[in-house]
Write a protein that binds this ligand. Structure first.
Ligand SMILES: *[C@@H]1O[C@H](CO)[C@@H](O)[C@H](O)[C@H]1NC(C)=O
Length: 399
């Protein structure tokens, strides 16, 4: 890490900065650009803007790192020169709808014991699960670029991983097709495409459509246009479909996805047991979190979200474990901000057995989660609200 703090603190407090310190800042910024393959033209408006952001991020990182007994380390990573607006689109508003009084799906749809798990089944799960990091589908950490597509990247990552685990489909699922084609009539988690939607909508789409592979429709990080417009309209017309409902969503017998999946499931809200069981018994899980403070994360176990989280990002939960030197449990999460962010593109998030009772209120579901006309606030539990809104596909085993 760059030893910038003296220079920068001096700047922040308006102390005169000596010429050689100024030079040091520029030198460090040059090294930063080289490390992350950025090239701003020296003296340009852009250069000065990025330099100022970088220098502010460095001061913030020093402040994070001065906390006694801290579990995680901040740094000037690949996002240190991003503006708040740019970081917002990297999170991509995300979430699910909450409709009061909505019932569980009929019991006949619950084909897996997982769907019937109660919240107090924590004890059944192993203390430390050897994560899914060895899956080929997770080898390359994705980079969503400047498109608010975390929901689609996460859905595709999870689908790819499950296809590999269950071997019923030796294939990938095109993130770009999900971005371009998944309808979002109720404006859940945003207004669709690069402006946000939900993993639930993407899973439902994957069940109902013959999704193309990533090589057939490569990721561009733009809204794009949907090739299968007629199918899009068919689904968009079905406004009664409540894809955010907790429980199992069965595929209809004639749906294209039936070849490899029987449906997908939204896990019980704010319960840890079903989430752990889903990772162990099924595979990687799509989770929703508050990632507002994640841009500074470099390594360790992140524990700096408040109870009152604002859910605004979708990521892939790929395991959990205990860090013996930090003496703390964690969830292992694969993000979509490239491999140079965090721990090789991943973040470890604090996990405690009692976190089901560590709850707060998300008072901005209209901005981050929920559909148009949804509730004004929702209860969220766990670090960064990780227990709130999670979904997993149910693939068939190959026979
Ligand atoms: C993932 O599991 C492997 C063993 O399979 C272990 O060596 C590694 O430390 C785990 N990674 C994390 C971050 O938990």
């Amino acid at each position: 890490m760059f030893s910038l703090h003296i220079v920068l603190v001096a700047q922040v407090f308006g102390v005169e900065v000596r010429p050689h310190q100024e030079t040091l800042l520029h030198t460090n910024f040059e090294a930063y650009q080289q490390k992350y393959a950025k090239a701003y033209e020296k003296g340009s408006v852009e250069y000065n803007k990025r330099l100022a952001l970088f220098s502010k991020a460095a001061v913030e990182a020093e402040r994070w790192n001065s906390r006694p007994g801290r579990l995680w380390t901040a740094g000037t990573g690949p996002l240190a020169d991003r503006t708040e607006e740019e970081l917002e689109s990297l999170r991509g508003w995300f979430g699910g709808s909450r409709k009061a009084g909505l019932g569980q799906p009929p019991a006949k749809h619950l084909r897996s014991s997982l769907a019937q798990l109660s919240a107090d089944s924590l004890d059944d799960s192993p203390e430390e699960f050897l994560n899914w990091t060895s899956l080929h589908a997770l080898a390359d950490v994705r980079d969503q670029g400047s498109c608010g597509s975390c929901w689609a990247v996460t859905a595709a990552t999870v689908l790819d991983a499950h296809a590999e685990i269950y071997k019923s489909a030796q294939r990938s699922f095109s993130t770009q097709e999900l971005v371009s084609c998944v309808p979002n009539v109720k404006k859940c988690g945003g207004s669709g495409k690069c402006s946000g939607a939900t993993v639930e909508l993407a899973f439902q789409y994957a069940v109902e459509h013959p999704v193309q592979t990533a090589s057939e429709v490569p990721y561009e990080g733009t809204d794009g246009t949907c090739a299968g417009a007629s199918l899009l309209q068919r689904l968009a017309g079905d406004t009664d479909l409540d894809v955010a409902a907790v429980g199992f969503h069965a595929a209809s017998s004639d749906s294209p996805g039936m070849k490899y999946m029987i449906g997908w499931e939204r896990l019980q809200e704010n319960a840890q047991g079903p989430l752990l069981r889903a990772i162990v018994e099924r595979g990687p899980v799509a989770v929703s979190v508050d990632a507002s403070k994640w841009s500074a994360y470099e390594s360790g176990i992140f524990d700096s979200c408040d109870k009152d989280a604002v859910i605004n990002h979708a990521v892939t939960l790929i395991g959990y474990g205990v860090d013996k030197s930090l003496k703390a449990g964690y969830f292992l999460i694969q993000n979509s901000w490239g491999s140079s962010w965090g721990e090789d593109g991943k973040i470890r998030l604090l996990r405690r057995d009692e976190d089901e009772k560590w709850c707060g209120t998300d008072r901005q579901p209209q901005e981050g989660t929920g559909c148009e006309g949804g509730p004004k606030e929702v209860k969220v539990c766990g670090m960064c609200g990780i227990f709130y809104d999670n979904a997993v596909p149910h693939f068939r085993h190959s026979t």
